[in-house]
Design a protein around this ligand. Structure first.
Ligand SMILES: C[S@@+](CC[C@H](N)C(=O)[O-])C[C@H]1O[C@@H](n2cnc3c(N)ncnc32)[C@H](O)[C@@H]1O
Length: 353
């Protein structure tokens, strides 16, 4: 389904008639507007990042771009909006910025991702089937982000507001339930934060698949230096294998470090390299528990090829070692292509003792 944004166009064509700049984009004051910008930027730890890219969804008159410049942030910025008048004026005000009339849902052609995808007030004017629209927008913004998405909403917890409803019939604003939006984001991304600590009218959600604020801040502390192994686990949980390998660079090859390297290569998709590291981890410590986690990962991957039920670590090994009658077979016999045989040999090596 596509949206025609009739309501959005009508609403903002009216607000554009105001004299006050903040009110032209439907904010109460410049202060509120900029507080929201700062709040969105808090999604990641910007300290030490010299240059970052931003996609500003619903950029209005380009005020976020102006704010970033004024506050000394160097950005590779693209602002998009569905209201052409907004974009025309944003271009005039900020000739050095990049602004385009675009509907992020229907336009596949960004051809890139952005460190930050930010949306301040872009999902507040009610459109037809608004919940569905919001869900799709959040999913799309997540696809377009490298590090984080941050979006604010008008809240049902604002005084007098009702879920999804206007305060009165003439009010075209959509008030969202913070917990409902949190649930949607949490389904889309494990690394979700709900914040209601800025303005009583608002809440903000951030999804940070590619960034951990606490890790970033902890790393800057003078001492102790973060343990590479802990950092490696955290990054692998976030499926950031390249960064995990970087964090482990130069670490002594303990079983855990070898295992983590195996997991990183596994996430990258280099199964043979991964196996080499897993094998070395097991050679170093045959009963090494975390290495068995990898058995599960590999099992899941092989499940389709084996056509069997592979559940959990211990059983996976047992299933590989038994044929339908329960007689032991070589795992390698179950498979016929070279790569799969290598995987199977690796399984044999990892049968729990
Ligand atoms: C409240 S204004 C805020 C503008 C700007 N983000 C700021 O804070 O100054 C919201 C903006 O989102 C735009 N907008 C609304 N729905 C949108 C959508 N589906 N896609 C892109 N822009 C949208 C509107 O045209 C408007 O310019």
């Amino acid at each position: 389904m596509t949206w025609d944004f009739e309501e959005v166009l009508a609403y903002y064509r009216e607000t554009l008639g105001h004299e006050d700049d903040a009110r032209r984009v439907a904010w109460r004051s410049r202060f509120d507007q900029e507080l929201r910008f700062e709040n969105l930027l808090e999604a990641i730890d910007l300290e030490g990042i010299e240059m970052f890219s931003v996609l500003d969804v619903g950029c209005g008159l380009g005020d976020l771009f102006g704010y970033l410049q004024r506050t000394g942030r160097e950005v590779d910025y693209l602002g998009v909006d569905v209201v052409p008048e907004m974009i025309e004026e944003a271009r005039l005000r900020h000739p050095e910025g990049r602004f385009e009339v675009r509907d992020v849902l229907t336009e596949p052609g960004f051809g890139r991702r952005f460190d930050l995808v930010l949306c301040s007030g872009g999902l507040t004017v009610r459109v037809e089937r608004h919940e569905r629209f919001v869900r799709q927008m959040l999913g799309r913004m997540l696809e377009l982000c490298e590090l984080a998405v941050a979006v604010n909403f008008q809240s049902t917890r604002a005084w007098g507001a009702r879920a999804g409803a206007a305060l009165n019939d003439a009010d075209p604003l959509y008030h969202a339930d913070p917990l409902a939006i949190y649930a949607v984001c949490r389904q889309l991304c494990r690394w979700t934060v709900l914040r209601e600590d800025m303005l009583a009218t608002d809440f903000t959600v951030t999804m940070t698949p590619g960034h951990s604020r606490s890790l970033s801040r902890y790393r800057r502390l003078p001492s102790p230096p973060p343990e590479a192994v802990g950092v490696g686990w955290l990054l692998l949980e976030r499926r950031l294998p390249i960064q995990a390998l970087e964090a482990l660079d130069g670490e002594a090859p303990t079983a855990e470090v070898l295992n983590l390297r195996g997991m990183a290569w596994h996430q990258i998709g280099e199964l043979k390299t991964a196996q080499g590291f897993y094998r070395r981890a097991l050679e170093r410590d045959g009963g090494y528990a975390p290495a068995m986690v990898n058995l599960e990962t590999v099992s899941a991957r092989l499940e389709g090829e084996l056509g069997g039920q592979v559940e959990g670590e211990g059983r996976a090994a047992a299933e590989l070692g038994d044929d339908a009658d329960g007689a032991p077979v070589q795992a390698g016999e179950l498979l016929d292509d070279g790569q799969a045989k290598a995987d199977a040999a690796f399984f044999e090596l990892k049968v729990p003792r």
